[in-house]
Design a protein around this ligand. Structure first.
Ligand SMILES: O=C(O)CCC(=O)C(=O)O
Ligand SMILES: [Fe+2]
Length: 266
């Protein structure tokens, strides 16, 4: 893929010791492309979670839409979406996942891991609410075979408004709890969806052909164990296949609402 010679100096990944208010603001303002927080979770905690998950009932995203296959624990809003609305079966899946997690006997709970990552930067952080119900936060995903290039934008995808609060910006957050020795890179392009991209949709899928981002400035980042990773998912992004080993993350979306709070959901 040819890269244009002129580059946007604001499309950069920065490293932080913890997520700061300036990191969140910088991503939302478009001063940064991504924030990496190495060692957000210790290797020991990552190992404890992945070891316990070995006995957990993982399911997978709807395979008719999500190919290559992605295994997961807990619901994903996009697997429960119909015509811009969240289906009611999301709620049963959410409560079942939370109950099932408790049976793993771990001290770490995905929702708390996600909330905790933001609390110092943004004390007003809580799970998002929809029709006054508390949304699931912290999906565990095993993305070994890569993703389709896609964007995530609840404002565009949930015409009926996903949260009770008004979301004015959205970020995506992941903590990598198992990383493959090779492959599994996250790629981010400096490009948002445009109407003409619909011609490049992957038939039946959730993503787009990478030719939609040909020649566009991009960042390729290899996750490290325990790293926290925050970015603007309206930019096209993908995950490369792990050529060996497993790639497991805990993640959520982060919405800035018009009252200045952060609301998380998965
Ligand atoms: O696993 C990753 O690095 C990114 C996954 C993704 O598409 C997202 O978090 O929106
Ligand atoms: Fe995504």
């Amino acid at each position: 893929m040819q890269q244009t010679e002129k580059i946007d100096p604001l499309f950069v990944a920065v490293q932080s010791e913890m997520i700061t208010r300036a990191d969140v603001a910088g991503l939302i303002a478009g001063r940064l492309a991504a924030v990496r927080v190495p060692g957000l979770l210790s290797a020991a905690r990552c190992h404890a979670i992945t070891a316990a998950l070995a006995a957990a009932p993982m399911d997978r995203y709807d395979e008719s839409r999500v190919f290559p296959l992605v295994a997961k624990f807990g619901p994903a809003i996009n697997d429960h979406r119909d015509a811009g609305e969240l289906r009611e079966d999301y709620w049963d899946a959410a409560r079942a996942a939370e109950k099932s997690w408790v049976s793993l006997g771990l001290s770490d709970v995905p929702r708390e891991l996600c909330l905790a990552a933001f609390r110092a930067a943004w004390p007003d952080v809580e799970p998002g609410r929809r029709q006054r119900q508390v949304m699931h936060v912290g999906i565990v995903r095993e993305i070994n075979d890569g993703l389709q290039m896609h964007f995530d934008d609840a404002v565009r995808e949930y015409a009926g408004q996903l949260l009770d609060a008004n979301v004015v910006a959205q970020l995506a957050f992941n903590i990598y709890i198992r990383v493959p020795p090779t492959g599994g890179e996250t790629v981010l392009w400096r490009r948002r969806w445009q109407p003409d991209d619909e011609d490049l949709r992957i038939p039946g899928g959730y993503g787009y052909r990478e030719s939609a981002a040909a020649g566009i400035q991009s960042l390729t980042l290899r996750p490290t164990l325990g790293e926290g990773f925050l970015f603007d998912p309206r930019n096209y992004h993908t995950v490369r296949p792990a050529t060996d080993g497993r790639r497991i993350s805990i993640g959520c979306f982060v919405g800035l609402t018009d009252d200045g709070r952060l609301a998380l959901w998965s």
